[in-house]
Design a binder for this molecule. Structure first.
Ligand SMILES: [Zn+2]
Length: 133
């Protein structure tokens, strides 16, 4: 093996993607899984309160909102079809139920999907997450 060949990352440098994604989905720090990822509903903390990992490098932007729309739409579209063809509810009842379901599901998923995106970015060392301190 020549000395110019790229060296495999040391264990300290490895950042497994799957645990980081799961920790982010649980709204926890992708590094330690203990500290909270958010202050408030969607604001990512600058540093993990437990392991002090810098988290302000994230650039989630509109990605979590797109993912939320994608998932909520695909979950509720069959509900609309089945609900209407089987039960024939009053239009106002159906609109009310679907609106409440869509809003509740979106509010549930949005911070979790933002944590997931931040976890991916942290594990892949995107947007400054991989720079030495
Ligand atoms: Zn942490």
């Amino acid at each position: 093996m020549s000395e110019d060949a790229p060296q495999p990352p040391t264990p300290e440098e490895e950042r497994p993607t799957r645990p980081a994604i799961l920790r982010g989905f649980r709204r926890r720090c992708p590094n330690c899984g203990e500290g909270g990822l958010f202050q408030g509903y969607l604001k990512v903390v600058d540093r993990c309160p437990v392991c002090r990992e810098e988290l302000y490098h994230h650039r989630a932007d509109d990605g979590p909102a797109y993912l939320t729309i994608l998932i909520v739409g695909h979950l509720l579209a069959p509900v609309i079809h089945i609900g209407f063809t089987r039960f024939r509810p009053e239009p106002l009842v159906m609109a009310t139920v679907l609106t409440v379901a869509a809003v509740a599901l979106s509010l549930y998923l949005l911070p979790r999907l933002k944590g997931l995106v931040v976890g991916i970015q942290w594990a892949r060392r995107m947007h400054g997450f991989g720079k030495p301190q």
